[in-house]
Design a binder for this molecule. Structure first.
Ligand SMILES: [Mg+2]
Ligand SMILES: [Zn+2]
Length: 178
């Protein structure tokens, strides 16, 4: 039976956005994120990171640096009991017009195929319009996170506390699969 997922952008949503991250020691979890992810896991949802890392395609960081930063992110969350079901990254630059770079939905579609996810019941959250656009293109509900305001997002959540409120306060929110 397909599971619902919370698709999460990484930089600026799960961790502080430092811009083209290459240094694992600078990885910092954003306030309030851990309890919300634990609750989502407890409800039986999959957790999937969906990230653009065009710094690789632009030649500003190496794929190896990007991989080391991601390993640090996953290790820090693991210390708090949060394990991701998948992490998808696009290393292409904008000029490469790939199918994966958000706002394209390619990474969400790949994750749905790989992990047997129900896109209709899933939610994409991110701090940029391109996150919301990718989520909508994949058929998910969407949360614009942080300061950004995105027309067409299903919710505007400035903090992870407000994400928790939105997720639990509506039908179709995190719950055991139907
Ligand atoms: Mg972001
Ligand atoms: Zn790509």
């Amino acid at each position: 039976m397909p599971r619902n997922a919370l698709f999460v952008d990484r930089d600026g949503t799960l961790i502080t956005d430092v811009g083209y991250p290459r240094d694992p020691s600078r990885v910092e979890l954003l306030p309030g994120v851990v309890p919300v992810l634990l609750e989502v896991i407890a409800r039986g949802w999959a957790l999937v990171i969906i990230g653009n890392q065009s710094g690789v395609g632009r030649g500003m960081i190496t794929a190896d640096e990007a991989t080391r930063v991601e390993a640090r992110v996953e290790a820090l969350f693991a210390e708090h009991g949060v394990r991701f079901d998948g992490a998808y990254f696009c290393f292409h630059g904008p000029a490469e017009t790939c199918r994966c770079r958000k706002p394209e939905p390619g990474m969400l579609l790949d994750a749905a195929r790989d992990l047997s996810l129900d896109l209709d019941g899933s939610v994409m959250i991110g701090d940029k319009a391109s996150d919301v656009q990718a989520g909508k293109a994949a058929g998910c509900r969407t949360i614009a996170f942080g300061a950004v305001v995105v027309a067409g997002a299903d919710a505007q959540c400035p903090t992870w506390e407000s994400v928790a409120t939105w997720l639990t306060g509506r039908s179709g929110a995190p719950q055991t699969p139907r």
